[in-house]
Write a protein that binds this ligand. Sequence first.
Ligand code: FAD
Length: 192
Amino acid sequence: MAPLKVLICGAGITGNTLAFWLSKIGYEVTVIERFPGLRLPVYKLIYEGRLPFDATEERAGYIFGIYAKSINQSNDYAEVTFSNGAQELFDIVIGADGQGSHTRKMMLDDKGLDDIPRVDPFQPLGAFAGYFKVNGDCRKGEGYDATMYMATQSRSIMTRRHDPHKYQAYLFCNSSSSERLNAAKKGDIAEE
Ligand SMILES: Cc1cc2nc3c(=O)[nH]c(=O)nc-3n(C[C@H](O)[C@H](O)[C@H](O)COP(=O)(O)OP(=O)(O)OC[C@H]3O[C@@H](n4cnc5c(N)ncnc54)[C@H](O)[C@@H]3O)c2cc1C
């Protein structure tokens, strides 16, 4: 029997992990990522470990710089049209493209075979978070604690020590506080 053909939209930690396991059990996996490459700066900061991508790269097909434009489902397969115009049939399509998933929106918009309208469970609050590390030695008596300052207009800042010589800083704000910030999500990593 031919292996199941799986399309994973998004090469974040979820997409890479799924690609790792599904290709390991013999599925034919293709991962598409909207960005031209892995968004490594973010993942290196967050996970600081080996990505499943390193182990999966040779087993699954990765295509960067494209996304699914439409998905048409039937009883037997899903027909996907990509942003580069190509079309392909898959047995399973998985949206691993983050919390604002475009794939999920397309699936919800498609009333499917039962013709029941679906509601997107994701209701964004407009909150943005920035994360970076700061060099700074642990002071005498200082614990590995998190400290948070809550400001007005949905703004806050948190620091959290994880290393004797460095600590993490998180900045939170609401997109309504700045037009540029609101537009950044449609821009690239530099703009973010
Ligand atoms: C500031 C901050 C700090 C965090 N710190 C931690 C932490 O310390 N530890 C922790 O475990 N988690 C942390 N998280 C949470 C963690 O980042 C997320 O839970 C995780 O990234 C979710 O992974 P994901 O693969 O589901 O989605 P994402 O990381 O959002 O990945 C989605 C991928 O899909 C791509 N994509 C988007 N749209 C499309 C499309 N239409 N087609 C194809 N590809 C697409 C994106 O470019 C991206 O590569 C933090 C999050 C933030 C914001």
